[in-house]
Design a binder for this molecule. Structure first.
Ligand code: SF4
Length: 682
């Protein structure tokens, strides 16, 4: 029994093996996270684990070519370079990007290596490019940045709002449950620029222009206050700063907001009142909320919406971010971020710095905030960052503005990539360390409802590869730090001593269904957060008003690049596709396509299946057109699962003002019919 490596639903899998090879995967019926269901990724997309493309030896690039090396040669090469840069430029010239695909214990060790062995807070993970605004926005409103409720609460709600998420493709098992509820009696609201599958079943589809979430949520808040449909008792007893917030909201012009969002204000009013008048209303959101210029503020307004209607701290309600990567919640919990260490403790607080140094038996943990991922790229290009160690992230294919990312990779003196395959990022590496897949190691993943679940090794790592945790441990020792050999149970015990909400999490205690954090020292877990008080210092939820601002991308480039392309995901593939493209799923979905409405296709003389040149201020790509009724005029959409297109050549590195999450969802572009084939052009 183990846990799926793809999305944050955290489905339990039962894996059958014969002669050390995996033969099939089933879904256990009694699993609380998925109750006998998986999607086609979890159940069928596992053949990548022993694919001939796996890297099975450490590689060092010499004279532009990768050469096989022993583990000791690779470790010595890396350690020499790190020591040199620490001596010459200081520890802040080194950074790490940890992986939200690897277990908590490996993330914990990676951030420990960077902080306690190297001596810098330059550690981040892919939460930066997905849910960092969720963590920050919810921390500001409620005091903690995790889902407030559990997926089983879908059986206790009578209204569901899905904002900027497409769960039937991106979180399929939860998406299927939401779809069932939509088809039954709950009131259902979808806020999305695209007519996603759930929109077909929704009571209300608010099909807004990308980049206007803040305006639309302010409209909903306006109509709730205007109709006096707020929960006065909850606001008075559980929150602060409501009166100033209310005055700002009532000052807004709804006609102007109708123009901004492109959504009929009467429809918004109906949906807002349906949400406010429900006995229990549950909110879900995804990257269509966070990957925006105003991503953090949008999360704060979603939190306002829950608080103003009293839809928080009770069953069937809450704010429930749908986590993208399987362990993105855990990577942040373990401290793979530059401003908070393991357990979300503030690295700038001298008492916390002392606590970490004492616990790690070192004096190297600094108390200044490290680089976020976009800052790492800028620092590399500026010559300030000399060495970067990336585990299990293909930043060249998945991070925005590919040409800039490649420039940053090539500016480094040392790029260590710990990977399964020769990804687009690995091609730029100085050293490649062959890691292991989730099927080849132990640890825990934490799913989107804070459920810590045991990942059990099913098969031995392929010859020549090692569990990523063991690789980090061996590098720690090579750098002079004493750390025991890796085991999931052993590192979990260490984690439970420093992360307060893991205090009672033990390997045995997690059992087969896991526990939802916080786990008290006596082992009891928590399905529902904020029942009596919020986690903020004064125990109150904080209302915050934010007016809508046009995306910087549109403001700067909208005139010359009049179309907006917004990125999405498909059911069959996952993110950069390095794993799913090496399974049978590639026979089902073979390429990225550009979604556009018939009106835009006709206007540009484009037919379904034609190649289209999409050009933004960063570059251009050729991609096949798919004419569909999912899109509104002027709005396009595509995925970035395939390196043949490299869609991120055109995406923007404009980012959320607060958390620096890139604005993947609003990319100004222009289109024309092209004769090109899938060939990316810089
Ligand atoms: Fe894996 Fe998510 Fe599919 Fe479940 S829904 S099987 S966790 S990809």
């Amino acid at each position: 029994r183990t846990i799926c490596t793809y999305c944050g639903v955290g489905c339990n899998l039962e894996v059958s093996t014969k002669n050390g090879k995996i033969t099939s995967i089933q879904a256990p019926y009694e699993a609380e996270a998925n109750g006998g269901h998986t999607c086609l990724k979890g159940r069928f997309a596992f053949k990548f684990y022993d694919h001939p493309d796996r890297i099975t030896s450490p590689l060092i690039k010499r004279n532009g070519e990768f050469e096989e090396a022993t583990w000791d040669e690779a470790y010595d090469f890396i350690a020499d370079k790190l020591h040199k840069h620490i001596a010459e430029s200081g520890p802040d010239s080194i950074a790490g990007i940890s992986s939200a695909r690897t277990p908590n214990e490996e993330n914990y060790l990676m951030q420990k290596f960077i902080r306690a062995v190297v001596g810098t807070n330059n550690i981040d993970c892919c939460a930066r490019v997905c849910h960092s605004p969720t963590a920050l926005g919810m921390q500001r409103a409620f005091g903690t940045g995790a889902a407030t409720n559990s997926i089983e609460d879908l059986d206790k709600t009578d209204c569901i709002i899905v904002i900027g998420a497409n769960p039937t493709d991106a979180h399929p098992v939860t998406g299927a449950k939401i779809k069932q509820k939509f088809m039954q009696s709950v009131t259902s609201i979808v806020v999305d620029p695209r007519k996603i599958e759930l929109a077909k079943y929704a009571t209300y589809h608010l099909q807004l222009r990308p980049g206007t979430n803040v305006a639309l949520l302010n409209m909903m808040l306006y109509y709730i206050i205007d109709a006096d449909a707020q929960d006065h008792e909850f606001i008075a007893s559980r929150t602060e700063d409501f009166e100033g917030f209310k005055a700002e909201i009532l000052n807004l012009d709804m006609d102007e907001h109708e123009r901004i969002t492109g959504v009929d204000k009467n429809l918004v009013r109906e949906a807002a009142l349906a949400y406010a008048n429900a006995n229990a209303a549950m909110e879900f959101h995804g990257l269509g909320v966070t990957e925006h210029y105003q991503g953090t503020f949008t999360v704060q307004l979603i939190s306002d919406l829950a608080m103003i209607t009293g839809n928080i701290g009770k069953p069937g309600c809450g704010v429930n971010p749908l986590r993208g990567q399987n362990n993105v919640q855990g990577a942040a919990d373990m401290g793979a971020q530059p401003h908070q260490g393991a357990g979300y403790m503030d690295v700038t607080d001298p008492s916390i710095q002392h606590k970490y140094n004492t616990f790690y038996k070192t004096d190297k943990v600094p108390n200044h905030i490290g680089y976020k991922i976009p800052e790492m790229f800028n620092a590399a290009i500026a010559g300030d960052l000399k060495a970067l160690w990336i585990i299990g992230e293909d930043v060249v294919q998945t991070d925005p503005n590919t040409n800039k990312v490649m420039k940053a990779m090539d500016a480094l003196d040392l790029l260590v990539v710990q990977e399964l395959f020769m990804t687009e990022t690995a091609k730029h590496a100085t050293v490649i360390l062959p890691g292991a897949s989730f099927l080849e190691k132990d640890g825990t993943f934490t799913n989107g409802e804070r459920r810590i679940q045991r990942v059990n090794k099913v098969v031995e790592p392929l010859p020549g590869t090692k569990a990523d945790g063991q690789i980090i441990v061996e590098m720690m020792r090579k750098m002079g730090y004493d750390q025991p050999d890796y085991s999931g149970a052993g590192v979990l015990e260490e984690v439970s001593q420093i992360v307060p909400f893991f205090a009672g999490a033990t390997w045995e205690g997690l059992g087969t269904n896991g526990l939802q954090w916080p786990v008290k020292p006596d082992g009891t877990d928590t399905q529902l957060l904020h029942t009596e008080v919020f986690k903020r210092d004064n125990g109150l939820g904080l209302f915050t008003f934010k007016d809508w601002e046009e995306s910087r991308e549109v403001e700067k480039h909208g005139k010359d690049y009049p179309y907006i392309i917004t990125t999405n995901r498909e059911l069959e593939h996952y993110n950069c596709g390095a794993m799913t493209r090496r399974t049978g799923n590639v026979d089902i979905l073979v390429e990225d396509v550009l979604l556009m409405c018939a009106e835009d296709a006709t206007k540009n003389n484009i037919e379904d299946g034609d190649m289209v040149c999409v050009e933004s201020p960063r570059g251009k790509v050729d991609i096949k057109a798919r004419v569909t009724d999912q899109m509104k005029p002027g709005i396009l959409s595509s995925t970035f699962h395939f390196p043949e297109v490299m869609l991120n050549i055109i995406t923007s590195d404009e980012h959320d003002t607060e958390a620096m999450c890139p604005e993947y969802k609003v990319v100004s572009c222009r289109i024309r019919k092209s004769k090109g084939k899938h060939k990316a052009m810089a």
